[in-house]
Design a protein around this ligand. Structure first.
Ligand code: FAD
Length: 290
């Protein structure tokens, strides 16, 4: 199918793009990589009257290390972030999650900002952003504000961004020195959205006990989930299968999955137990090697 008619703008600056958003409100949509929006247009599930193309705005494509954070411009292609040496050195969990996002051709075009703003609950990057307490920088003609990850994802495909706001940057804290990490997921085929997925990061102290830990889930609720009670079971404990099982069970309790054509809610909950345990095992192995 072809998309419905729309007016197309290719602004020369971010200010111009924001002025267009302010002018057209919720009748306008930003176009980034188009990997989610263009199918929605073609299926006529989205019918914006105005498209504002971010692609001319090269200044929004960057990955920088800044004071213990990675500052990632919204127009950074997913593949560029996956391959970024700066990101791999400070937060290798990102590359591990990104290799599960679609296929390289999709990641060549799809952007970090588009992925986060689209807010598919089965997406990998939102789960990483939530686990690591990322900050989202939103800008409009009215000014700039920062939104913590826990407040950014409001519901499936819905974020805290107002109609006149663009996501311009995401700020992801670097992993602590010596951290191990893992992102694992169940999908029907490589590149499909996750039926259930888990991110884990942890550090070990000198005695081999867990010192710091982060967990998050995707595909098992209307938004990515940080299972805080499960996470709190980890610090001070010796890594091992019994602990992984207990944390997996607690994470499954925190999940809120729905049944659909791919899997029942009960199956998804059971997979949370399995994939959280796997993520923790892999993260602990990496931490003990470092
Ligand atoms: C076959 C296929 C498989 C895929 N598999 C996965 C997968 O496994 N995991 C996964 O996470 N994703 C997957 N995707 C989606 C892909 O990651 C998209 O690139 C991403 O969801 C949207 O990014 P985009 O840059 O293409 O945004 P677009 O499609 O251009 O835009 C998506 C939405 O975000 C809004 N938007 C874009 N940029 C901004 C911004 N800076 N500020 C505010 N709003 C903005 C748009 O207005 C639109 O509503 C898949 C896509 C395809 C086609």
């Amino acid at each position: 199918m072809k998309p419905p008619r729309f007016e197309y703008y290719d602004p020369a600056s971010l200010d111009e793009a924001l002025a267009l958003l302010a002018q057209h409100g919720d009748e306008a949509k930003l176009l980034a990589g188009g990997q989610s929006l263009v199918p929605l247009l073609n299926l006529r599930l989205a019918r914006p009257r105005v498209l504002v193309d971010l692609n001319p705005l090269d200044e929004l494509a960057y990955v920088r290390a800044e004071n213990g954070h990675l500052a990632i411009g919204a127009l950074t292609r997913q593949r560029d972030l996956e391959l970024s040496e700066v990101a791999r050195a400070r937060c290798p969990l990102l590359a591990e999650a990104l290799r599960l996002v679609g296929h390289p051709t999709i990641r060549n075009r799809g952007t970090v900002g588009g992925n986060l703003a689209h807010a598919d609950p089965a997406s990998e990057l939102p789960a990483v952003a939530l686990a690591l307490e990322a900050e989202f920088v939103a800008r409009s003609s009215r000014g700039e504000r920062r939104v913590p990850a826990r407040a950014f994802f409001v519901h499936a495909l819905t974020t805290a961004l107002a109609a006149d706001e663009a996501l311009v940057e995401v700020r992801i804290p670097a992993l602590p020195a010596g951290a191990g990490w893992a992102f694992v997921e169940l999908a029907r085929r490589h590149g499909d959205y996750a039926i259930a997925g888990a991110a884990a990061a942890l550090t070990l102290d000198a005695s081999g006990r867990i010192a710091w830990a982060r967990l998050s889930l995707c595909g098992v609720g209307p938004v990515p989930i940080r299972p805080l009670e499960a996470e709190r079971l980890l610090p001070g404990r010796q890594p091992g299968p019994d602990l992984w099982r207990a944390v997996g069970e607690a994470a499954a309790e925190a999940s809120d999955p729905a049944s659909d054509l791919q899997a029942t809610a009960d199956y998804r909950r059971a997979m949370v137990e399995v994939y959280v345990a796997r993520a923790l095992e892999r993260a602990a192995a990496r931490a003990s090697e470092s």
